[in-house]
Design a protein around this ligand. Structure first.
Ligand code: GLA
Length: 365
């Protein structure tokens, strides 16, 4: 953890953790595949004061007046923001970690439900604070694993591990090339000649609700039909692998084709970034969007329109939806220095056409 991530003054521990975008590798993490996320400048900050009690008091600057309290050991799912706090203390206790009570205040710049991992940012910021406050012997990877279990076992969102790994291990200006099967990871520098654009469609999702879960189940059904345990194991280059996909019912074939081709796109993007081949980076983004829209069917018209407007511009290499889908944000790559202007123009044109708002998150003003 860098010194600016942590500040301890008169018993107050302040930590923060970033949201993320995923450059490519969507819905591959729960298929044991590859992902390539990068942190965004927006962070969630927590301030934690350890107390002698066994209660947790929490308040969120984003929801004034909404204070919540519970006793450690009596965590109960409430379907609200407090579940992420309760989930963290629940999983820590289940793993045998000893923590005491604390007062907590949170503040998040990461928009909620926009596909930018606001929940992972909260989990990792809180886990960093608890690690410091109670001297927990946890590595950054373990923080991410605990964060994923909070989602899976307490909140009820059947997500993979990408977001928590991105928030815990990511570094600005670098992409986290992660193999979610082995958790082997490597930071790939983003070329200085390219700038990331992030636009929020303001259409909100919730991964504890049905659609994300349905996609996950469809991938599992495709595995059974193909006789593999994970879609990661379908090698698109292997002779006959793509023919095998063709034997699936149409819907499962398209779901599997997305995952298999998306894993390959992660490897292509890593190569393109290493070679600073920005046209190729753009091609991979565009292909990723088409696959998510047509094969995986997790885009929405607002997001498709933002992507279409972006990809028709000369100053955009490529664009796609990012995150779990069903709303949320798009990313695009622009030449360095051109991103802000392009992003503002894209939003203006989108709003003029549709009458709907959208918001530029990156680059900042
Ligand atoms: C959400 C989940 C991740 C991942 C993405 C899709 O962000 O939290 O684990 O599955 O969707 O790539």
């Amino acid at each position: 953890m860098s010194p600016q991530d942590l500040e301890s003054r008169s018993g107050i521990i302040t930590t923060r953790a970033p949201g993320r975008v995923n450059l490519i590798g969507e819905h591959t993490d729960y298929n044991a595949g590859f992902v390539l996320p990068t942190p965004i400048p927006q962070h969630t900050t927590v301030q934690l004061i350890p107390t002698v009690a066994t209660t947790v008091h929490a308040r969120s600057a984003d929801m004034p007046g909404e204070e919540r309290s519970y006793r450690l050991g009596e965590e109960q799912r409430q379907r609200g923001w407090i579940d992420y706090i309760q989930g963290v203390t629940f999983i820590l206790a289940r793993d045998g970690h000893k923590i005491g009570g604390f007062d907590l205040s949170l503040q998040s710049e990461v928009p909620i439900g926009s596909g930018l991992s606001s929940s992972a940012a909260l989990e990792i910021a809180l886990l960093r604070a608890l690690r410091e406050a109670f001297a927990l012997p946890l590595t950054d990877v373990q923080l991410a694993q605990i964060g994923q279990r909070v989602e899976n076992e307490f909140v009820g969102a059947p997500v993979g591990i990408m977001d928590q790994m991105a928030s815990s291990l990511g570094r600005p200006g670098e992409a986290l090339f992660l193999d979610t099967d082995t958790l082997k990871w490597e930071l790939i520098p983003l070329p200085p000649s390219v700038e990331l654009v992030v636009i929020d469609s303001l259409v909100r999702h919730n991964h504890a609700s049905g659609d994300y879960r349905t996609r996950r189940e469809e991938c599992e059904r495709a595995c059974v039909a193909l006789g593999v345990t994970r879609l990661r194991d379908v090698d698109p280059v292997a002779l006959g692998a793509l023919d095998a996909l063709e034997t699936l019912p149409d819907l499962l074939m398209r779901r599997a084709r997305h995952v298999v081709s998306e894993n390959r796109r992660v490897l292509e993007m890593v190569d393109a970034l290493r070679q600073e081949n920005l046209d190729e980076c753009g091609r991979v983004l565009d292909a990723g969007h088409i696959s998510l829209r047509d094969d995986f069917e997790i885009s929405v018209p607002e997001v498709d329109r933002l992507v279409e407007i972006a990809t028709t511009r000369d100053d955009i290499y490529g664009a796609r939806m990012t995150g779990g889908g069903f709303g949320g944000a798009i990313i695009a790559l622009a030449p360095t220095g051109a991103g802000r202007r392009a992003a503002v123009d894209i939003v203006e044109r989108y709003s003029a056409e549709t009458g709907k708002p959208a918001s530029v998150l990156v680059p900042g003003a």
